[in-house]
Ligand binder design. Structure first.
Ligand SMILES: *Cc1c(COP(=O)(O)O)cnc(C)c1O
Length: 470
Protein backbone atom coordinates (compact mmCIF):
# COMPACT_ATOMS: atom_id res chain seq x y z
CA UNK A 1 0.00 0.00 0.00
CA UNK A 2 1.11 3.54 -0.65
CA UNK A 3 2.18 5.67 2.25
CA UNK A 4 0.12 8.66 3.16
CA UNK A 5 1.92 11.97 3.31
CA UNK A 6 2.29 13.63 6.67
CA UNK A 7 -0.29 16.12 5.59
CA UNK A 8 -2.79 13.39 4.79
CA UNK A 9 -2.10 11.71 8.14
CA UNK A 10 -2.75 14.98 9.94
CA UNK A 11 -5.99 15.29 8.04
CA UNK A 12 -7.08 11.77 9.03
CA UNK A 13 -6.12 12.32 12.64
CA UNK A 14 -8.00 15.57 12.93
CA UNK A 15 -11.05 13.97 11.36
CA UNK A 16 -11.08 11.15 13.95
CA UNK A 17 -14.36 11.17 15.90
CA UNK A 18 -14.24 12.43 19.48
CA UNK A 19 -15.29 10.41 22.51
CA UNK A 20 -18.39 12.56 22.80
CA UNK A 21 -19.45 12.13 19.21
CA UNK A 22 -19.01 8.36 19.41
CA UNK A 23 -21.03 8.31 22.62
CA UNK A 24 -23.91 9.87 20.70
CA UNK A 25 -23.88 7.17 18.00
CA UNK A 26 -26.55 4.50 17.62
CA UNK A 27 -24.01 1.77 18.46
CA UNK A 28 -22.96 3.48 21.66
CA UNK A 29 -26.53 3.87 22.85
CA UNK A 30 -26.94 0.10 22.42
CA UNK A 31 -23.73 -0.57 24.35
CA UNK A 32 -24.79 1.76 27.13
CA UNK A 33 -27.93 -0.27 27.65
CA UNK A 34 -25.85 -3.34 28.49
CA UNK A 35 -22.49 -2.12 29.74
CA UNK A 36 -21.41 0.37 32.42
CA UNK A 37 -20.81 3.86 31.05
CA UNK A 38 -17.28 4.10 32.42
CA UNK A 39 -16.23 0.96 30.56
CA UNK A 40 -17.81 2.15 27.31
CA UNK A 41 -15.90 5.43 27.59
CA UNK A 42 -12.68 3.61 28.48
CA UNK A 43 -13.03 1.40 25.40
CA UNK A 44 -13.72 4.35 23.13
CA UNK A 45 -10.65 6.18 24.47
CA UNK A 46 -8.45 3.13 24.02
CA UNK A 47 -9.61 2.63 20.46
CA UNK A 48 -9.03 6.26 19.53
CA UNK A 49 -5.52 6.07 21.01
CA UNK A 50 -4.89 2.82 19.19
CA UNK A 51 -6.04 4.25 15.86
CA UNK A 52 -3.98 7.39 16.31
CA UNK A 53 -0.81 5.48 17.24
CA UNK A 54 -1.21 2.94 14.44
CA UNK A 55 -1.64 5.66 11.84
CA UNK A 56 1.40 7.55 13.05
CA UNK A 57 3.51 4.41 13.16
CA UNK A 58 2.46 2.80 9.90
CA UNK A 59 1.61 5.57 7.53
CA UNK A 60 -0.18 3.25 5.10
CA UNK A 61 -2.98 2.44 7.55
CA UNK A 62 -6.38 4.09 7.55
CA UNK A 63 -9.46 3.12 9.54
CA UNK A 64 -13.07 3.13 8.42
CA UNK A 65 -15.76 4.24 10.79
CA UNK A 66 -17.03 0.67 10.90
CA UNK A 67 -13.67 -0.78 11.88
CA UNK A 68 -13.35 1.82 14.63
CA UNK A 69 -16.74 0.82 16.03
CA UNK A 70 -15.82 -2.88 15.79
CA UNK A 71 -12.61 -2.23 17.63
CA UNK A 72 -14.43 -0.44 20.46
CA UNK A 73 -17.02 -3.20 20.76
CA UNK A 74 -14.31 -5.86 20.88
CA UNK A 75 -12.49 -4.07 23.71
CA UNK A 76 -15.77 -3.66 25.53
CA UNK A 77 -16.75 -7.32 25.38
CA UNK A 78 -13.25 -8.54 26.23
CA UNK A 79 -13.06 -6.25 29.26
CA UNK A 80 -16.53 -7.21 30.47
CA UNK A 81 -15.97 -10.93 29.94
CA UNK A 82 -14.20 -13.43 32.14
CA UNK A 83 -10.46 -13.53 31.76
CA UNK A 84 -9.98 -16.62 33.90
CA UNK A 85 -12.08 -19.19 32.09
CA UNK A 86 -12.14 -22.85 31.10
CA UNK A 87 -10.08 -24.17 28.20
CA UNK A 88 -9.85 -27.56 26.56
CA UNK A 89 -6.46 -29.06 27.32
CA UNK A 90 -5.41 -31.03 24.25
CA UNK A 91 -1.71 -31.01 25.17
CA UNK A 92 -1.76 -34.38 26.92
CA UNK A 93 0.05 -32.83 29.89
CA UNK A 94 -2.15 -33.82 32.81
CA UNK A 95 -0.82 -31.53 35.56
CA UNK A 96 -0.36 -28.48 33.34
CA UNK A 97 0.76 -25.66 35.66
CA UNK A 98 -0.24 -22.89 33.24
CA UNK A 99 -3.66 -24.45 32.68
CA UNK A 100 -4.49 -24.76 36.38
CA UNK A 101 -2.84 -28.08 37.34
CA UNK A 102 -5.48 -30.49 38.65
CA UNK A 103 -9.05 -30.56 37.38
CA UNK A 104 -11.70 -31.02 40.06
CA UNK A 105 -14.70 -33.24 39.46
CA UNK A 106 -18.29 -32.00 39.40
CA UNK A 107 -19.30 -33.80 42.61
CA UNK A 108 -16.37 -32.25 44.48
CA UNK A 109 -17.37 -28.82 43.23
CA UNK A 110 -21.00 -29.45 44.21
CA UNK A 111 -19.79 -29.90 47.76
CA UNK A 112 -17.56 -26.81 47.59
CA UNK A 113 -20.53 -24.82 46.33
CA UNK A 114 -22.79 -26.09 49.11
CA UNK A 115 -20.25 -25.07 51.72
CA UNK A 116 -19.33 -21.73 50.17
CA UNK A 117 -22.86 -20.58 49.44
CA UNK A 118 -23.97 -21.07 53.05
CA UNK A 119 -22.60 -20.54 56.52
CA UNK A 120 -20.54 -23.55 57.53
CA UNK A 121 -18.73 -25.39 60.31
CA UNK A 122 -15.42 -23.87 59.18
CA UNK A 123 -14.37 -23.01 62.73
CA UNK A 124 -17.35 -24.23 64.69
CA UNK A 125 -17.61 -27.37 66.78
CA UNK A 126 -21.20 -28.57 66.54
CA UNK A 127 -20.89 -30.96 69.49
CA UNK A 128 -19.58 -28.31 71.85
CA UNK A 129 -21.51 -25.40 70.41
CA UNK A 130 -18.36 -23.33 70.45
CA UNK A 131 -15.33 -22.41 68.43
CA UNK A 132 -13.79 -25.28 66.48
CA UNK A 133 -10.60 -25.81 64.52
CA UNK A 134 -10.20 -24.99 60.85
CA UNK A 135 -7.72 -27.79 60.30
CA UNK A 136 -9.85 -30.49 61.91
CA UNK A 137 -11.83 -31.19 58.71
CA UNK A 138 -8.89 -32.60 56.82
CA UNK A 139 -6.74 -33.73 59.75
CA UNK A 140 -8.60 -36.97 60.40
CA UNK A 141 -8.42 -37.91 56.72
CA UNK A 142 -4.76 -37.04 56.28
CA UNK A 143 -3.92 -39.12 59.36
CA UNK A 144 -5.94 -42.06 58.12
CA UNK A 145 -4.65 -41.97 54.56
CA UNK A 146 -0.98 -41.15 55.13
CA UNK A 147 -0.44 -42.85 58.49
CA UNK A 148 1.02 -39.61 59.85
CA UNK A 149 0.39 -38.70 63.49
CA UNK A 150 -0.85 -35.28 62.52
CA UNK A 151 -1.17 -32.89 59.60
CA UNK A 152 -1.81 -29.29 58.60
CA UNK A 153 -2.80 -27.67 55.37
CA UNK A 154 -1.63 -24.30 54.05
CA UNK A 155 -1.87 -22.31 50.83
CA UNK A 156 0.55 -24.35 48.73
CA UNK A 157 3.62 -26.50 49.11
CA UNK A 158 5.93 -23.50 48.87
CA UNK A 159 4.21 -22.11 51.97
CA UNK A 160 4.39 -25.52 53.67
CA UNK A 161 8.16 -25.65 53.14
CA UNK A 162 8.62 -22.03 54.14
CA UNK A 163 6.67 -22.16 57.42
CA UNK A 164 8.26 -25.46 58.37
CA UNK A 165 11.78 -24.16 57.82
CA UNK A 166 10.96 -20.95 59.65
CA UNK A 167 9.64 -22.75 62.69
CA UNK A 168 12.17 -25.56 62.84
CA UNK A 169 15.37 -23.95 61.61
CA UNK A 170 15.36 -20.16 61.83
CA UNK A 171 18.93 -19.04 62.56
CA UNK A 172 20.11 -22.64 62.43
CA UNK A 173 21.63 -24.92 59.84
CA UNK A 174 19.70 -27.16 57.45
CA UNK A 175 21.68 -29.84 55.66
CA UNK A 176 20.71 -30.47 52.02
CA UNK A 177 22.36 -32.44 49.21
CA UNK A 178 23.77 -30.39 46.33
CA UNK A 179 21.89 -32.73 44.00
CA UNK A 180 18.57 -31.53 45.43
CA UNK A 181 18.87 -27.74 45.29
CA UNK A 182 16.10 -27.58 42.78
CA UNK A 183 14.24 -24.71 41.12
CA UNK A 184 10.54 -25.33 40.55
CA UNK A 185 9.13 -23.02 37.90
CA UNK A 186 11.22 -19.93 38.60
CA UNK A 187 9.88 -18.55 41.83
CA UNK A 188 10.54 -21.53 44.09
CA UNK A 189 14.24 -22.18 44.51
CA UNK A 190 15.37 -24.17 47.51
CA UNK A 191 18.33 -21.90 48.43
CA UNK A 192 16.15 -18.76 48.14
CA UNK A 193 13.27 -20.16 50.18
CA UNK A 194 15.80 -21.27 52.77
CA UNK A 195 17.39 -17.81 52.97
CA UNK A 196 14.01 -16.11 53.16
CA UNK A 197 12.95 -18.39 56.02
CA UNK A 198 16.00 -17.41 58.07
CA UNK A 199 17.48 -20.90 57.96
CA UNK A 200 21.11 -21.39 57.00
CA UNK A 201 21.67 -23.67 54.04
CA UNK A 202 24.41 -26.21 54.58
CA UNK A 203 25.09 -27.88 51.23
CA UNK A 204 26.69 -31.30 51.20
CA UNK A 205 27.89 -33.76 48.55
CA UNK A 206 28.26 -32.93 44.88
CA UNK A 207 25.84 -32.38 42.02
CA UNK A 208 25.82 -36.04 41.10
CA UNK A 209 26.72 -37.87 44.32
CA UNK A 210 25.85 -37.41 47.96
CA UNK A 211 26.71 -40.05 50.54
CA UNK A 212 25.33 -40.60 54.01
CA UNK A 213 28.71 -39.66 55.49
CA UNK A 214 28.44 -36.27 53.74
CA UNK A 215 25.39 -35.50 55.86
CA UNK A 216 26.93 -37.07 58.94
CA UNK A 217 30.13 -35.00 58.74
CA UNK A 218 28.14 -31.77 58.37
CA UNK A 219 26.14 -32.32 61.55
CA UNK A 220 27.11 -30.00 64.39
CA UNK A 221 25.49 -28.38 67.46
CA UNK A 222 23.83 -25.76 65.23
CA UNK A 223 22.12 -28.30 62.92
CA UNK A 224 18.34 -28.00 63.15
CA UNK A 225 17.17 -30.16 60.28
CA UNK A 226 18.14 -32.72 57.67
CA UNK A 227 16.22 -31.85 54.52
CA UNK A 228 15.55 -33.99 51.51
CA UNK A 229 13.99 -32.34 48.43
CA UNK A 230 12.30 -34.24 45.62
CA UNK A 231 14.09 -33.47 42.35
CA UNK A 232 10.63 -33.02 40.81
CA UNK A 233 11.27 -31.62 37.34
CA UNK A 234 14.67 -33.13 36.58
CA UNK A 235 16.70 -36.29 37.08
CA UNK A 236 20.39 -36.95 37.44
CA UNK A 237 21.42 -40.03 35.52
CA UNK A 238 24.71 -41.86 35.11
CA UNK A 239 27.25 -41.87 37.94
CA UNK A 240 24.89 -40.70 40.66
CA UNK A 241 23.88 -41.29 44.24
CA UNK A 242 21.28 -39.72 46.46
CA UNK A 243 20.44 -40.87 49.96
CA UNK A 244 16.92 -42.25 50.21
CA UNK A 245 14.55 -41.14 52.90
CA UNK A 246 14.93 -44.37 54.94
CA UNK A 247 18.65 -43.82 55.38
CA UNK A 248 18.24 -40.13 56.12
CA UNK A 249 15.51 -40.81 58.67
CA UNK A 250 17.76 -43.33 60.46
CA UNK A 251 20.59 -40.81 60.51
CA UNK A 252 18.27 -38.19 61.99
CA UNK A 253 17.19 -40.61 64.69
CA UNK A 254 20.82 -41.46 65.53
CA UNK A 255 21.67 -37.80 66.14
CA UNK A 256 18.24 -36.77 67.38
CA UNK A 257 17.81 -34.23 64.57
CA UNK A 258 14.45 -33.88 62.80
CA UNK A 259 14.25 -34.97 59.16
CA UNK A 260 12.05 -33.23 56.64
CA UNK A 261 11.16 -34.29 53.10
CA UNK A 262 9.83 -31.77 50.58
CA UNK A 263 8.12 -34.40 48.49
CA UNK A 264 6.69 -32.01 45.93
CA UNK A 265 3.95 -33.90 44.20
CA UNK A 266 2.47 -35.82 47.10
CA UNK A 267 1.40 -39.07 45.57
CA UNK A 268 -1.02 -40.93 47.86
CA UNK A 269 -1.24 -44.13 45.85
CA UNK A 270 1.29 -46.81 45.05
CA UNK A 271 2.18 -46.35 41.40
CA UNK A 272 4.38 -49.46 41.16
CA UNK A 273 1.58 -51.67 39.82
CA UNK A 274 1.44 -49.20 36.92
CA UNK A 275 5.11 -49.61 36.18
CA UNK A 276 6.06 -46.33 37.83
CA UNK A 277 8.83 -47.06 40.31
CA UNK A 278 10.39 -43.64 40.76
CA UNK A 279 7.71 -41.97 42.85
CA UNK A 280 7.79 -42.44 46.62
CA UNK A 281 4.30 -42.25 48.07
CA UNK A 282 3.57 -40.11 51.12
CA UNK A 283 2.77 -43.29 53.07
CA UNK A 284 6.22 -44.73 52.33
CA UNK A 285 7.86 -41.51 53.49
CA UNK A 286 5.91 -41.54 56.76
CA UNK A 287 6.78 -45.22 57.30
CA UNK A 288 10.49 -44.37 56.95
CA UNK A 289 10.24 -42.49 60.23
CA UNK A 290 10.77 -39.11 58.56
CA UNK A 291 9.57 -36.40 60.96
CA UNK A 292 7.71 -34.22 58.52
CA UNK A 293 6.83 -34.35 54.86
CA UNK A 294 5.39 -31.53 52.76
CA UNK A 295 3.56 -31.85 49.43
CA UNK A 296 1.22 -30.06 47.03
CA UNK A 297 -2.52 -30.55 46.93
CA UNK A 298 -2.93 -29.95 43.21
CA UNK A 299 -0.23 -32.09 41.66
CA UNK A 300 -0.50 -35.91 41.71
CA UNK A 301 -2.89 -35.73 44.66
CA UNK A 302 -5.44 -34.20 42.31
CA UNK A 303 -7.06 -31.68 44.66
CA UNK A 304 -7.29 -27.92 44.96
CA UNK A 305 -4.19 -25.76 45.37
CA UNK A 306 -2.83 -26.37 48.84
CA UNK A 307 0.19 -27.57 50.75
CA UNK A 308 0.17 -30.37 53.30
CA UNK A 309 2.55 -30.66 56.22
CA UNK A 310 2.27 -34.15 57.72
CA UNK A 311 4.31 -35.93 60.34
CA UNK A 312 5.12 -36.25 64.03
CA UNK A 313 2.62 -34.75 66.41
CA UNK A 314 5.02 -32.63 68.46
CA UNK A 315 6.56 -31.06 65.36
CA UNK A 316 3.23 -30.39 63.66
CA UNK A 317 2.06 -28.76 66.88
CA UNK A 318 5.08 -26.45 66.92
CA UNK A 319 4.50 -25.44 63.29
CA UNK A 320 0.79 -24.89 63.87
CA UNK A 321 1.62 -22.26 66.49
CA UNK A 322 3.95 -20.26 64.25
CA UNK A 323 2.44 -16.79 63.61
CA UNK A 324 3.04 -17.25 59.87
CA UNK A 325 0.37 -19.96 59.80
CA UNK A 326 -2.24 -17.23 59.79
CA UNK A 327 -0.66 -15.67 56.71
CA UNK A 328 -0.73 -18.90 54.74
CA UNK A 329 -4.05 -20.31 55.91
CA UNK A 330 -6.51 -21.76 53.42
CA UNK A 331 -10.07 -20.64 52.90
CA UNK A 332 -13.28 -22.62 53.16
CA UNK A 333 -13.46 -23.39 49.44
CA UNK A 334 -10.03 -24.98 49.44
CA UNK A 335 -10.76 -26.85 52.65
CA UNK A 336 -14.09 -28.22 51.50
CA UNK A 337 -12.57 -29.27 48.16
CA UNK A 338 -9.65 -30.89 49.95
CA UNK A 339 -11.90 -32.79 52.32
CA UNK A 340 -14.02 -34.05 49.43
CA UNK A 341 -10.97 -35.23 47.47
CA UNK A 342 -9.42 -36.90 50.51
CA UNK A 343 -12.67 -38.73 51.26
CA UNK A 344 -12.29 -40.44 47.89
CA UNK A 345 -8.85 -41.73 48.90
CA UNK A 346 -10.44 -43.87 51.62
CA UNK A 347 -11.28 -46.21 48.76
CA UNK A 348 -8.21 -46.25 46.51
CA UNK A 349 -9.96 -47.94 43.60
CA UNK A 350 -12.57 -45.21 43.65
CA UNK A 351 -9.91 -42.52 43.90
CA UNK A 352 -8.19 -43.78 40.74
CA UNK A 353 -11.40 -43.43 38.76
CA UNK A 354 -13.08 -40.41 40.31
CA UNK A 355 -10.14 -38.07 40.77
CA UNK A 356 -9.57 -36.63 37.27
CA UNK A 357 -5.78 -36.23 37.62
CA UNK A 358 -5.31 -39.87 38.62
CA UNK A 359 -7.83 -41.04 36.08
CA UNK A 360 -6.09 -39.21 33.23
CA UNK A 361 -2.66 -40.51 34.21
CA UNK A 362 -3.71 -44.09 34.89
CA UNK A 363 -6.40 -44.58 32.23
CA UNK A 364 -5.89 -47.55 29.92
CA UNK A 365 -4.41 -47.01 26.49
CA UNK A 366 -7.55 -48.45 24.89
CA UNK A 367 -9.76 -45.82 26.46
CA UNK A 368 -7.48 -43.06 25.12
CA UNK A 369 -7.54 -44.75 21.73
CA UNK A 370 -11.33 -44.93 21.86
CA UNK A 371 -11.54 -41.21 22.53
CA UNK A 372 -9.02 -40.41 19.76
CA UNK A 373 -11.10 -42.54 17.38
CA UNK A 374 -14.25 -40.73 18.30
CA UNK A 375 -12.64 -37.30 17.79
CA UNK A 376 -11.21 -38.45 14.46
CA UNK A 377 -14.50 -39.85 13.18
CA UNK A 378 -16.48 -36.78 14.22
CA UNK A 379 -13.95 -34.56 12.44
CA UNK A 380 -13.86 -36.46 9.17
CA UNK A 381 -17.64 -36.53 9.12
CA UNK A 382 -17.96 -32.81 9.79
CA UNK A 383 -18.87 -30.17 7.22
CA UNK A 384 -15.24 -29.03 7.11
CA UNK A 385 -14.00 -32.47 6.13
CA UNK A 386 -12.50 -31.24 2.85
CA UNK A 387 -10.33 -28.60 4.49
CA UNK A 388 -7.87 -30.89 6.24
CA UNK A 389 -6.20 -34.28 6.40
CA UNK A 390 -6.32 -36.14 9.69
CA UNK A 391 -4.91 -39.32 11.14
CA UNK A 392 -4.69 -41.11 14.46
CA UNK A 393 -1.14 -41.56 15.71
CA UNK A 394 0.50 -43.18 18.69
CA UNK A 395 2.48 -40.60 20.66
CA UNK A 396 3.70 -39.83 24.16
CA UNK A 397 2.31 -37.53 26.83
CA UNK A 398 3.71 -36.33 30.14
CA UNK A 399 2.42 -35.99 33.68
CA UNK A 400 3.58 -32.35 33.97
CA UNK A 401 3.69 -30.02 36.97
CA UNK A 402 7.17 -31.23 37.81
CA UNK A 403 5.72 -34.67 38.47
CA UNK A 404 7.17 -37.87 37.02
CA UNK A 405 9.43 -35.86 34.68
CA UNK A 406 11.26 -38.43 32.64
CA UNK A 407 8.25 -40.67 32.22
CA UNK A 408 6.49 -40.56 28.89
CA UNK A 409 3.12 -42.23 28.81
CA UNK A 410 1.91 -43.87 25.62
CA UNK A 411 -1.05 -42.02 24.22
CA UNK A 412 -3.15 -41.60 21.10
CA UNK A 413 -3.45 -38.30 19.28
CA UNK A 414 -5.42 -36.96 16.36
CA UNK A 415 -3.04 -35.19 13.98
CA UNK A 416 -4.62 -32.53 11.79
CA UNK A 417 -3.04 -31.02 8.70
CA UNK A 418 -5.10 -28.09 7.41
CA UNK A 419 -5.19 -27.54 3.64
CA UNK A 420 -6.29 -23.91 3.37
CA UNK A 421 -4.52 -22.35 6.31
CA UNK A 422 -1.15 -22.96 7.95
CA UNK A 423 -0.94 -25.16 11.00
CA UNK A 424 0.20 -22.20 13.11
CA UNK A 425 -2.85 -20.20 12.02
CA UNK A 426 -5.02 -23.11 13.10
CA UNK A 427 -3.24 -23.34 16.46
CA UNK A 428 -3.61 -19.60 16.94
CA UNK A 429 -7.31 -19.59 16.02
CA UNK A 430 -8.01 -22.45 18.39
CA UNK A 431 -6.55 -20.42 21.27
CA UNK A 432 -8.92 -17.57 20.42
CA UNK A 433 -12.07 -19.68 20.18
CA UNK A 434 -15.09 -19.12 22.40
CA UNK A 435 -13.86 -22.11 24.38
CA UNK A 436 -10.11 -21.99 23.76
CA UNK A 437 -8.41 -25.21 22.72
CA UNK A 438 -4.77 -25.55 23.72
CA UNK A 439 -2.95 -27.95 21.42
CA UNK A 440 0.59 -28.49 20.26
CA UNK A 441 2.21 -28.39 16.85
CA UNK A 442 4.53 -31.17 15.78
CA UNK A 443 5.93 -32.03 12.34
CA UNK A 444 3.69 -29.38 10.77
CA UNK A 445 0.56 -30.99 12.17
CA UNK A 446 -1.78 -29.91 14.92
CA UNK A 447 -1.74 -32.54 17.64
CA UNK A 448 -4.85 -33.20 19.74
CA UNK A 449 -3.85 -35.53 22.58
CA UNK A 450 -6.90 -37.54 23.63
CA UNK A 451 -5.47 -38.20 27.12
CA UNK A 452 -6.44 -34.82 28.57
CA UNK A 453 -9.64 -34.18 26.63
CA UNK A 454 -12.62 -34.91 28.87
CA UNK A 455 -15.44 -37.00 27.40
CA UNK A 456 -17.93 -34.20 27.99
CA UNK A 457 -15.71 -31.77 26.06
CA UNK A 458 -15.60 -33.73 22.81
CA UNK A 459 -18.64 -32.09 21.15
CA UNK A 460 -17.28 -28.67 22.01
CA UNK A 461 -13.82 -29.61 20.80
CA UNK A 462 -15.20 -30.63 17.41
CA UNK A 463 -17.23 -27.44 17.19
CA UNK A 464 -14.14 -25.33 17.94
CA UNK A 465 -11.86 -27.19 15.52
CA UNK A 466 -14.36 -27.06 12.68
CA UNK A 467 -14.98 -23.36 13.20
CA UNK A 468 -11.24 -22.68 13.29
CA UNK A 469 -10.68 -24.65 10.07
CA UNK A 470 -13.27 -22.68 8.16
C1 LIG B 1 5.96 -28.25 43.18
C2 LIG B 1 6.97 -28.25 44.24
C3 LIG B 1 7.02 -27.20 45.17
C4 LIG B 1 6.07 -26.05 45.12
O1 LIG B 1 4.78 -26.48 45.39
P1 LIG B 1 3.53 -25.51 45.15
O2 LIG B 1 2.36 -26.30 45.64
O3 LIG B 1 3.51 -25.22 43.71
O4 LIG B 1 3.78 -24.29 45.97
C5 LIG B 1 7.98 -27.24 46.15
N1 LIG B 1 8.86 -28.25 46.22
C6 LIG B 1 8.85 -29.27 45.33
C7 LIG B 1 9.87 -30.36 45.47
C8 LIG B 1 7.90 -29.30 44.32
O5 LIG B 1 7.88 -30.32 43.43
Amino acid sequence: MEKNSNQEIQKYLSSLPSVDSILKSREASEWLEIYPRQIVIKSIRETIDYVRNSMMKDKAITFSNESIMDNIFKRLTVFMGYSLRPVINATGIVIHTNLGRSVLSQDIMDHVKNVACAYSTLEYDLAKGSRGKRHSHVQRLLREITGAEDALIVNNNAAAVFVSLRELAKGKEVIVSRGELVEIGGSFRVPDVMAESGAILKEVGTTNKTHLHDYERAINENTALLLKVHQSNFRTIGFTKLIDIDELSSLGKKYNIPVMFDLGSGCLIDLKPYGIFIETSVQEVIRSGCDIVTFSGDKLLGGPQGGVIAGKKNIIERISKNPLMRAVRVDKMTLSGFEAVLLKYLDLEKAKVEIPTLNMILQGLNSIEGRANLIYRMLINSYTKDSFDASILEDESQAGGGSLPELNFKTFVVAIKPKKITVSTLENRLRRCRVPVIARVKDDMLIIDARTVQDREIDLLIEMITSALR
